[in-house]
Design a protein around this ligand. Sequence first.
Ligand SMILES: Nc1ncnc2c1ncn2[C@@H]1O[C@H](COP(=O)(O)OP(=O)(O)OP(=O)(O)O)[C@@H](O)[C@H]1O
Ligand SMILES: [Mg+2]
Length: 234
Amino acid sequence: MLKIRKLTVHYGPLPALKEVSLEIERGEIIALIGPNRAGKTTLLLTLSGILETMEGRVTFEDEDITNLSPHHIVSRGLIHIPQGRHIFPTLSILDNLLMGAYTKRKNKTEIEYGLKEIYQLFPKLGERKNQRAGTLSGGEQQMLAIGRALMARPKLLMLDEPSQGLAPRFIEEIFDTLNRMNQSGLTLFIVEQEIDLTLSISHRGYVLRNGRIIREGTPSILLESQEIKELVSI
Ligand SMILES: Nc1ncnc2c1ncn2[C@@H]1O[C@H](COP(=O)(O)OP(=O)(O)OP(=O)(O)O)[C@@H](O)[C@H]1O
Ligand SMILES: [Mg+2]
C-alpha cells in the first residue's frame, strides 16, 4: 500500500533521514520505534507532504506521491495524527470533529454517519460533544484526535506517539481501540517509544536511529534484538 524507497530529508544542511526504506501492506499495523530525535516525526511530516524530500520516492497505492502537497495527500486517504495531538482547545468537540470532515465528507448525511460511528467508538465524545475540547483529559484528547482523523476517511492512518503524556490506563485503552480499528480494516502506521504495547498489536516493525532504519522484522524478532534491548535500557 505504501512504499518508501531510500528517502533522504534534510533540515538545511543537516540530514534528519538517510536512505529510509519501508513498506506497509494493506491491513497491517506497522510500528516505527525509535528514541528521541531519531527522525520519527520527520518521516511522518515528509509522508504528509509538509517537509520536502531531497532524494528517494514514496508511492501510495501504486501512485508516486513524492512531494505532493498536503491536501492532495490527505485526499488520497493518507491521514496523519500529529505528535501532541493538536486539537483546537477552544472549539467544541463537535467542531473539532467537523474540521476533519471537510476534504472527504461533502453532505450532511455523510457527516452525520461519520459522527455516529465515532460516538460509537468513543461514547464520551458523543456525551460531551458541545463542550470545549480543552476540557478533555489527555487521553480523551487523543481519542478526539483519532476521531477527527476518522472523519477524513483514512485508508492508512499514521499516528505520531499517541501514548505520549498519557496515564497508563488511557494508553491501554487507545491501543485497544487501534487494534479494533485495524480488525475492521484500517491500515495503521504507529510511531512510538512505548515499545512493548506497540509491538503487541503490530504485525511488523522497524527501528529508526539517527535517521536510519537499523532493524526490521516481526515483533518477536525485534523484541529479541540487540537494537530494541539497547532502547529499552536508555
Ligand atoms: N524544524 C527543524 N529544524 C532543524 N532541525 C530539526 C527540526 N525538526 C527536527 N529537527 C532535528 O531533526 C532530528 C529528528 O527530529 P524528529 O523530530 O524527527 O525526531 P523524533 O524521532 O520525532 O523525536 P521525538 O521522539 O523527540 O519526537 C533531530 O535531530 C531534530 O533536532
Ligand atoms: Mg517526534
